[in-house]
Design a protein around this ligand. Sequence first.
Ligand SMILES: Nc1ncnc2c1ncn2[C@@H]1O[C@H](COP(=O)(O)OP(=O)(O)OP(=O)(O)O)[C@@H](O)[C@H]1O
Length: 294
Amino acid sequence: MSDGKAAVYLDGLVKRRDGFRLGPLHLTLDQGAVYAVIGANGSGKSTLLRICKNLIQPDSGTLRILGLSYEAHDLEISRQIAYVPEPLSGCEDFTLKELRHLIHRWYPGWDDRMYESLVRSFRLPTEKPVAKLSQGARKKAALTLALSSQARLLLLDEPANGLDFNSKRVYRETLASYMEQANRTVLLATNVVEDIHQLADYILVLKNGRIQGPIEKDELQTSWRQIWIRNAGPVSWDDIRGVFDVKEGMMIHVVSMDAQRTLADLERAGCEVIDEKPLPLEELLDYLTKEEMG
Ligand SMILES: Nc1ncnc2c1ncn2[C@@H]1O[C@H](COP(=O)(O)OP(=O)(O)OP(=O)(O)O)[C@@H](O)[C@H]1O
């Protein structure tokens, strides 16, 4: 597998934490897209982001960020990455103004206009120590610093958590405009449907320590459909391709991961299709993070 200049490249990466094993992961994230990492609590989303930021080291495998390895290019990578985890822990004694002063020289593309604009839009106090800010304000301060850095790779861990409605809108609009510039990449760990709906180009599913994807979000919404059928006799579900879930009642409700194939097979099996529709994104994401049938 070649990494070229992938934003993130993982090959055979494994990390064990107590009883949990993440990997082996094989993953190439091209530059220029937003990747949403979804998965149940404890599925390893934060662990994956922390590995990408070199805060924890994998037990084995290869990791490259923008074509570079941490072993040889630690500083260079750090100037290209911004990471928003738990908001500003370790920075409690500093004000936002002081943090800006410490950070802005670090990033070659630092954008002061964006910093000023976000401080205004988020109504952030710049002269109060972080310790005295509310949780939401800390999150907004961390996002302000990350987005103003104009880093080429943003690692955002549950960025919308704790933000009020207005701040969520500001953060999503700013992230969308950040993505308008060439070769920007975002790896976004989230379980917020609206974030995925508005921001994600691709979805990565973490399940049982393994990763599925990247799956194009639009393609996913086309291929996954719910179908209602009436049938003349018993259906052998093993012969129907793409079926993810079946609920039998007055009508049979089928959730398909591959609607085209499922519909063709249902027709061949003599089933009458009453209706078919896309799945609401929230339901689709719920199915994606669940175990499959059989
Ligand atoms: N510091 C740690 N030491 C040991 N194990 C850890 C540590 N942090 C997390 N883990 C374990 O690693 C696994 C993955 O946790 P992680 O926080 O990456 O999941 P997550 O998908 O981000 O979860 P959530 O949605 O709840 O934030 C879990 O089994 C967790 O208990």
